[in-house]
Design a protein around this ligand. Structure first.
Ligand code: PRP
Ligand code: URA
Length: 206
């Protein structure tokens, strides 16, 4: 199911990122901050379990998180969303998936993967700022499923309808979270209006 997280602060920060004159430092900072703002909604239905604790003055029946949370950034651009989320969920473990999109065919090519051992029982959150054709997201979901992951969420900043449809078709049970659903892809597979090449803008390459 698709969830578009509408919030004035997210919209304002995303607008700064979209501007072509925004430089690497501000682009990175806004991405980091949006990651932090999105995490509240993404984690809203995390399972909790009852615990009994002692406060300084009494016994208290309360709850704490039941499962590990594993963040899975898709390299490179997904790295830009890691620290904002880690700041709010400090116990999070971080897996890595390396994928690059062939500029001609737009097909994803895996080049790296590394996971903690708790993948089958954890809540797995895949992060990547851009959901364009959906090829990279679908490949990443396939990869975490091969590690046994069952509770999987996909979190992107900007999505195209084509990418959302591709993920919904291949992995219909996955919740997809976006800060904005844009209009379309252009002939080169870039999101319109989008924000350009997220990896290049985060890392100052090109
Ligand atoms: C970008 C982006 C996504 C992918 C989206 O990464 O960060 O991973 O393209 O496109 P898709 O939905 O059509 O697969 P890219 O492959 O350019 O690598 P980078 O992060 O290293 O820049
Ligand atoms: N990858 C990006 O970084 N930007 C797009 O618009 C599409 C794919």
């Amino acid at each position: 199911m698709l969830h578009v997280l509408k919030h004035p602060l997210i919209t304002h920060k995303l607008t700064q990122m979209r501007k072509k004159e925004t430089g690497t430092k501000d682009f990175r900072q806004n991405l980091d901050e949006i990651g932090g703002l999105m995490v509240y909604e993404i984690t809203r239905n995390l399972p909790v379990q009852p615990v009994t604790i002692e406060t300084p003055v009494a016994t208290c029946e309360t709850f704490e998180l039941k499962k590990e949370v594993i963040l899975v950034p898709i390299l490179r651009a997904g790295l830009g969303m890691v620290s904002g989320i880690c700041n709010l969920v400090p116990t999070v473990k971080v897996a890595h998936i390396g994928l690059y999109r062939d500029e001609e065919t737009l097909e994803p090519h895996p080049y790296f993967e590394k996971y903690p051992k708790q993948m089958p029982e954890a809540t797995v959150i895949i992060v990547d700022p851009m959901l364009a054709t959906g090829g990279s997201a679908n490949a990443a979901i396939d990869m975490v499923k091969r590690q046994g992951a069952k509770d999987i969420r996909l979190v992107c900043l900007v999505g195209a309808p084509e990418g959302v449809a591709a993920v919904e078709k291949q992995h219909p049970e996955i919740d997809i979270y976006l800060a904005a659903l844009d209009e379309k892809l252009n002939e080169k597979g870039y999101i319109i209006p989008g924000l350009g090449d997220a990896g290049d803008r985060i890392f100052g390459t090109k």
